[in-house]
Design a binder for this molecule. Structure first.
Ligand code: S3P
Length: 187
């Protein structure tokens, strides 16, 4: 990982845990870079005609991961170069990690589990309680997110070119931090 110029004919991919702000930061980055914004969760939902939560509930996580891997390939194959938010678990697939590193500048957004839990709870309230399939009812959201983040740390690290800490930052401030970390002139 290090500082890399972003304007080098590659997609800009955001990875990291659920709740870290990949979609809200990604939308702002796309606006500031004049690029389209793609979100692999939304692509899966459009393809399947139902929500991510419905797929987990009806067909299971493995079926979701297959659809997610296909959405990742489609996003990375698309033109013009975009800002792409991956679902939080997309980089568990080693082929996805390899493709993303090869075809994109990959930015790992990070925040402590306590902040992730706050943001996930706020977004669930905003969306009227939309299900987060990996959160176990009756268990502390912060604890579950902390466990998942630890289990995925190596996958995120090996996929990422650049790490950006979003703790205490608004989506706009986090977008600026991404532009600074990638060497893109901040607008
Ligand atoms: C998941 C994260 C979610 C979604 C699915 C699984 C994960 O996306 O893909 O619920 O495994 O971390 P976000 O990271 O956009 O919330």
């Amino acid at each position: 990982m290090g500082t890399v110029p972003v304007d080098d004919g590659r997609h800009l991919v955001l990875i990291g845990m659920m709740g870290v702000g990949k979609s809200s930061v990604g939308r702002r980055l796309a606006l500031r870079l004049g690029r389209q914004f793609l979100d692999t969760d939304k692509m899966v939902e459009e393809e399947a005609g139902c929500t991510v939560a419905d797929i987990f509930a009806g067909e299971g996580e493995a079926a979701f991961r297959t659809l997610e891997a296909a959405a990742v390939r489609k996003a990375l194959d698309s033109q013009p170069y975009a800002v792409i938010a991956f679902g939080g678990g997309a980089v568990l697939d080693p082929i996805t990690r390899g493709l993303a590193r090869q075809l994109a500048l990959v930015v790992w957004l990070q925040a402590p589990a306590r902040e992730l839990a706050r943001r996930v709870s706020a977004s669930m309230r905003r969306s009227g309680g939309a299900a987060r399939p990996l959160l176990a009812p009756g268990r502390s959201t912060e604890q579950v997110l902390d466990e998942i983040a630890r289990a995925r740390e190596d996958a995120y690290k090996s996929a990422a070119h650049v790490l950006v800490d979003t703790a205490g930052r608004s989506p706009g401030q986090a977008a600026t931090a991404v532009l600074v970390a990638t060497g893109w002139p901040v607008q």
